[in-house]
Write a protein that binds this ligand. Structure first.
Ligand code: UGA
Length: 442
């Protein structure tokens, strides 16, 4: 049975969720305050790069199951299932999450809900937010006994957004146990086709659902910083962190995923989510336990500085007069997202210290230019490397992993390559006469 769904926020999370809910057969209205963004989406164009999503978007617009609007009135009229998928960025100058967009959706929507409706929060929020929003919803709605708020966190990865939405590892639903309502039944209907695939469906209280999401990201960040800390020890002892990660990864309790040492994590989620977690734990009086996450953050940020030092050393001790080719600007491959990108952070630092930095990324050039307009941008990987004293791979796009050392040798001034993602085979590069430096590798 299909549902009438409104999705508030049409960024990464919201646009993906809206298109994928339509793909499941529901009638979906995407709601945003940004008219320009909506016009693009309605024309079947994505304002960001996400493999596979444009097809889902277009197919469902054509099938008449997916539309977009700026009107909350239209959304309230049309739908009885509402998903809140707006951003919760880090507050300026603070660790905490900025909840103003989530709050604004509830404040605007609630007064328009005159009949039975379930509002599912998907955004990443500190524990306690859902309970507060549930109260606001009831206070502001003309039908307080017919509206319900539940929390249904999202775990999608950029680059795999469609797959992660349509075939998630699990679905988590937090409900207000003190006020039994229809949220679980509605979620079972919305996610019916997924539940038929026997995807685990966990019903929790509101705070647990909120915490599941932040804990998952905190754990992933911890795993990356753990292996990067081990990389530091490997560097001091001449050991090889990649082989070490393979070896410990065979232990099923540890697992090999998210154990790639390198320049660390970035993006719009992991960095801000661990900081919001630290802020929340502090507010709840459990701050001591999260000295751990402060360390995770500082290990991560240290990798960026370390990479700058490695490049300086490789360039002969100073950046003055050194040409550096930076391959990669996105925070990870298969994305054009440069939010808190380690690659751009490193490129920017080197340039400020006197290097001539030339950047190339297959998808993130436009976003990178906007954020770091003073860096030089090349038309392709070879042009970026032209005359370079040091070549740095900072995002492991397949086309960089596949680069042929002999071909690249013809364009650089010095055959020095720094592999910030440990994604190249050192033997192949060294055999071709290159000086190869990785992270935590001899
Ligand atoms: C992350 C989580 O993986 C998702 O589950 C979550 O839903 C999402 O945040 C979110 O909260 O919205 P995402 O930001 O798309 O997803 O990126 P990841 O694939 O987690 O990568 C994050 C960063 O870690 C990247 O910069 C990546 O290069 C880095 N990374 C990842 C490593 O340095 N080493 C690894 O082994 C893995």
């Amino acid at each position: 049975m299909s549902s009438q769904i409104a999705v508030f926020g049409t960024g990464y999370l919201g646009a993906t969720h809206a298109a994928c809910m339509a793909q499941l057969g529901h009638d979906v209205l995407g709601v945003d305050i940004d008219e320009g963004k909506l016009a693009k989406l309605a024309a079947g164009e994505l304002p960001f790069f996400e493999p596979g999503l444009p097809e889902v978007l277009r197919d469902n617009i054509e099938a008449g199951r997916l539309r977009f609007t700026t009107s909350y009135e239209e959304a309230a009229e049309f739908a009885d299932v509402h998903f809140v998928a707006v951003g919760t960025p880090q507050k300026q100058g603070e660790l905490a999450a900025d909840l103003r967009y989530v709050d604004a959706v509830i404040e605007s929507l609630a007064p328009l809900l005159t009949g039975p409706a379930v509002v599912f929060g998907k955004s990443t929020v500190p524990a306690g937010t859902a309970a507060r929003l549930a109260d606001r919803l009831r206070v502001l709605s003309p039908a307080p006994d017919e509206v319900e708020l539940a929390w249904n966190p999202e775990f999608l990865r950029e680059g795999f957004a469609v797959k992660d939405t349509l075939h998630p590892d699990r679905i988590v639903l937090g409900v207000d146990r003190t006020r039994p309502g229809t949220a679980e039944a509605v979620a079972r209907q919305v996610y019916g086709p997924l539940l038929e695939e026997h995807i685990p469906f966990l019903i929790t209280d509101l705070a647990t659902a909120e915490l599941v999401k932040t804990s998952a990201n905190a754990f992933l960040a911890t795993k990356i910083s753990f292996i990067n800390a081990i990389a530091e020890v490997c560097e001091a002892t001449g050991a090889d962190v990649s082989v070490l990660a393979d070896a410990i990864g065979y232990d099923a309790r540890i697992g090999r995923k998210f154990l790639n040492a390198g320049i660390g994590f970035g993006g719009g989620c992991l960095p801000k989510d661990i900081r919001a977690f630290i802020a929340m734990a502090g507010e709840l009086g459990a701050g001591q336990a999260f000295a751990l996450l402060r360390e995770v953050d500082s290990i991560n940020m240290r990798r960026r500085n370390k990479m700058v030092e490695l490049a300086r050393e490789a360039g002969g001790g100073s950046f003055i007069g050194t040409r550096v080719a930076v391959l990669g600007a996105a925070f990870k491959p298969n994305s054009d997202d440069v939010r808190d990108s380690p690659a751009l952070n490193i490129a920017g630092q080197m340039q400020l210290q006197g290097a001539a930095v030339s950047v190339y990324d297959p998808e993130a050039m436009q976003n990178a230019r906007q954020q770091f307009p003073t860096l030089q941008y090349a038309a392709d990987a070879f042009s970026a490397c032209s005359g370079a004293d040091v070549v740095m791979i900072l995002t492991e796009w397949k086309q960089f992993v596949d680069l042929a050392p002999d071909e690249l040798a013809g364009t650089v001034r010095q055959k020095v390559i720094i592999d910030g993602r440990n994604c190249l085979d050192p033997t192949i590069w060294r055999n071709a006469g290159w000086v190869y430096r990785g992270v935590g590798r001899p």
